[in-house]
Design a protein around this ligand. Structure first.
Ligand code: PLP
Length: 284
């Protein structure tokens, strides 16, 4: 495997960054993950514009422009011969003597890796998963995709220990925010497809944005309105979206079946629409 580190393509197991990299010391960095399907990136523009926004919000200068970054991303994918998988990019503020305040005159550090993943799911029943709920203990700027993911890791670990796929986060006022690494969608008890509105408390998912556009194109109604915990537990259907989860049906929450415990009709339709979208991106 080959990684890109600050201008060089190096064997993955030899790739290294400084112990004084601020990403390592402070979680002072931004990342993105793009899904690779049939050797092509899915929703590239959405990911690159979110990356630019995240960097801007924490005042890290982009290490290169988008065109140059795309060349690096494609080269890493090519050198690793990834056809189905992900490309990961991480930009930290850089290396400096440890001091909380931003050091002056340092260059941001860019690391890019790619890895093989499982083939795009075609069988919705086999792709369905389960979830638990946990309190959302994260900070006030979850809209920024930072590498500071300790609360997300703690939540995901609880999900794994419970033998489930995802931990769904419930905020202090009893509202569903998002999953530890996914956007949460639900068809409520009245049959209304809903996902939480965007603000500082959730990451603006690129898959969420892509799916929203597909919903609009197909005249499928949905509301950007978060669910209370009670509404969520009464939902007929629940599914997650992310660059690596695609459209992922959740058929049990905290051990209780969602609806009849199988992927519902709306989730099934959107699973199909998103698969066609991903296939389309691959064939463009
Ligand atoms: N929410 C969080 C906290 C995430 O970490 C992610 C992705 O990793 C998502 C939502 C989904 O975002 P995307 O669809 O861009 O992968």
């Amino acid at each position: 495997r080959i990684a890109y580190v600050n201008g060089r393509y190096v064997p993955h197991n030899e790739a290294a960054v400084s112990i004084e990299d601020r990403g390592y010391q402070f979680g002072d960095g931004i990342y993105e993950v793009i899904h690779i399907h049939e050797g092509r990136f899915v929703d590239t523009d959405l990911h690159l514009s979110r990356l630019a926004r995240s960097l801007r919000e924490v005042s890290i200068a982009p290490p290169m422009n988008d065109a140059a970054l795309l060349v690096v991303l494609r080269e890493v994918v090519r050198r690793n011969r990834v056809n189905e998988g992900i490309v990961y990019m991480q930009i930290t503020r850089g290396v400096a003597r440890r001091d909380h305040a931003f050091p002056k005159g340092i260059a941001p550090a860019l690391v890019v890796t790619a890895r093989h993943g499982t083939a795009f799911p075609r069988d919705i029943k086999a792709w369905a998963g389960t979830a638990i709920t946990v309190p959302d203990i994260r900070w006030g700027r979850c809209d920024i995709k930072t590498v500071n993911l300790l609360p997300n890791c703690l939540a995901k670990q609880k999900a794994r220990e419970a033998g489930t796929y995802e931990a769904i986060l419930i905020d202090g006022s009893g509202g569903v925010t998002e999953g530890s690494s996914t956007t949460v969608w639900a068809v409520d008890a009245n049959g209304v497809l809903r996902t939480r509105h965007l603000d500082d408390h959730i990451l603006p998912g690129c898959t969420r944005a892509a799916l929203s556009a597909l919903l609009a194109d197909n005249a499928i109604a949905f509301e950007e309105r978060g669910l209370t915990e009670a509404e969520f537990r009464a939902a007929r259907e629940v599914f997650l979206t992310s660059a690596t989860s695609y459209v992922k049906p959740i058929v049990r929450v905290d051990g209780v079946a969602v609806g009849d415990g199988a992927p519902g009709p709306i989730t099934t339709r959107l699973f199909g629409l998103f698969a066609r979208h991903a296939d389309g991106a691959a064939h463009n």
